[in-house]
Design a binder for this molecule. Structure first.
Ligand code: 5AD
Ligand code: SF4
Length: 406
């Protein structure tokens, strides 16, 4: 009895040091932050070094295969640590847990639990169950009917904070795994978002980024009648109530207009002139638009199911520059999508040259499970993808250099 009690105490009360490593996008950074707050509430502490950890959690990304391979590598490296410390608990959470569930349990026997991105609030309970002797746990209840959980009043923040306004995506771009791992679009009620932002500002946040896979779809499916521009307007009003750009009760050491609101990502199909005018007119909104173009070839855009043409994108980018005079614009580009010929790539090269992005994120196409493009022949060789990738990186570097010298 004494031994059992001792073990329970040891397992539940002492093994409370967690190492969390986050891969991928800002949505994952946000989710890891939330999980940390939940674990803190339960008395856990955190370490930056694997050696000191009782629980190791990898919050993972599935957007490209390379990101998954890194996680397989990193978790594989834990084998030695687990041999030294058999009680070590290892969890894989986030998109890869959804996408690779069976594969992970098969390839990585040291993994104790998996938890999908919509279920992360259950992680503390899962850890308790494992400590109490449950076997391996696969917690993938799924995202389909899930609403985004309310924010925690105990949420910690620095000057920079992410706020989720919507999650998931209904666009089904043919290369993208997001709808399959993060689920369909769902938005958070504006009242909750405003309360969270207010609470963050009171705690000292200054740079707040609104997150969503497609923020321009914000409001769909909510009972209230609201769209993204209306939400931005409400948020801007909240940040401008106080002359210093903060709300009453907020730390007042800042300068006027201290609170800055950014957002991403915008889909070109849903970006509107109304949005550009809001970016121009609302004081707290940072004048940066992330508008992924993905390709400069209409043929490839169609195969990607992007639902716009190069001409439409050019017009949008031009309108943005006209309306938001000092505005920055950035984009994502995929090279080596199935069927991308030298001519298609040259079209992409030329549009990047023409548009002069302030930042461009360039990726080599990577076939992803569940997606439509996974059924297309991946017919651009790795060497060719690398060549195109380098050419675009060099071009973008020279664009930025020129901009700096202007
Ligand atoms: N292969 C390569 N890049 C991809 N992206 C999304 N899916 C893939 C894929 N299968 C890129 C897109 C997207 C960014 C977040 O990642 O450019 O905008
Ligand atoms: Fe993926 Fe396309 Fe949705 Fe972006 S808009 S998350 S690329 S499916």
């Amino acid at each position: 009895m004494r031994a059992t009690l001792h073990n329970m105490f040891k397992n539940n009360e002492l093994q409370k040091t967690v190492y969390i490593r986050t891969f991928g996008c800002q949505m994952n950074e946000h989710d890891s932050g939330r999980l940390k707050d939940l674990l803190l509430e339960r008395g856990y502490t955190f370490c930056d070094s694997l050696e000191f950890a009782d629980v190791v959690i990898f919050n993972t990304c599935s957007v490209r295969k390379h990101a998954e391979d890194r996680v397989y590598g990193k978790v594989g490296e834990l084998q030695k640590l687990k041999a030294k410390k058999p009680g070590l608990i290892v969890g894989i959470i986030g998109c890869m847990a959804e996408a690779q569930k069976d594969e992970i349990f098969r390839r990585l026997p040291i993994v104790n639990f998996l938890c999908g991105p919509a279920d992360l609030d259950n992680v503390p309970g899962i850890i308790d169950r494992i400590k109490n002797g449950a076997g391996r746990i696969m917690y993938l209840e799924g995202y389909k009917s899930k609403i985004i959980p309310a924010f925690s009043r105990n949420r910690k923040t620095g000057e920079t904070a992410y706020v989720k306004i919507m999650e998931g995506c209904d666009k089904f771009c043919s290369y993208c795994i997001v709808p399959y791992v993060r689920g369909m679009e769902r938005s958070r009620p504006s009242k909750e978002i405003l309360e969270e932002i207010e609470s963050l500002i009171k705690k000292g946040a200054k740079n707040i980024t609104l997150l969503g896979q497609n923020v321009n779809s914000y409001g769909k499916g909510l009972q209230e009648k609201i769209n993204f521009v209306a939400l931005l307007t409400k948020i801007d009003k909240l940040t401008s109530i106080h002359p210093r750009g903060a709300i009453p009760g907020a730390p007042s050491q800042g300068r006027e207009g201290d609170i800055k609101i950014s957002f991403f990502t915008s889909h070109p199909k849903d970006a509107s002139l109304e949005l550009f005018r809001a970016i121009r007119d609302l004081k707290s909104i940072v004048k940066i638009l992330h508008l992924p173009i993905q390709s400069g070839s209409d043929k490839i855009l169609k195969r990607m199911n992007r639902k716009y043409t190069v001409a439409k994108y050019k017009k949008l980018a031009g309108d943005y520059k006209k309306i938001v005079k000092s505005g920055n614009i950035s984009g994502d580009i995929i090279v080596g999508f199935p069927g991308e010929t030298e001519k298609d790539f040259n079209d992409t090269f030329n549009i990047v040259k023409k548009l002069q992005f302030d930042a461009a994120y360039i990726f080599k196409y990577s076939p992803r499970p569940f997606t439509k493009a996974a059924g297309f022949k991946d017919d651009v060789s790795l060497e060719e993808k690398e060549r195109r990738h380098t050419l675009l990186l060099d071009l973008q570097r020279s664009i930025l250099l020129n901009k700096k010298c202007q």
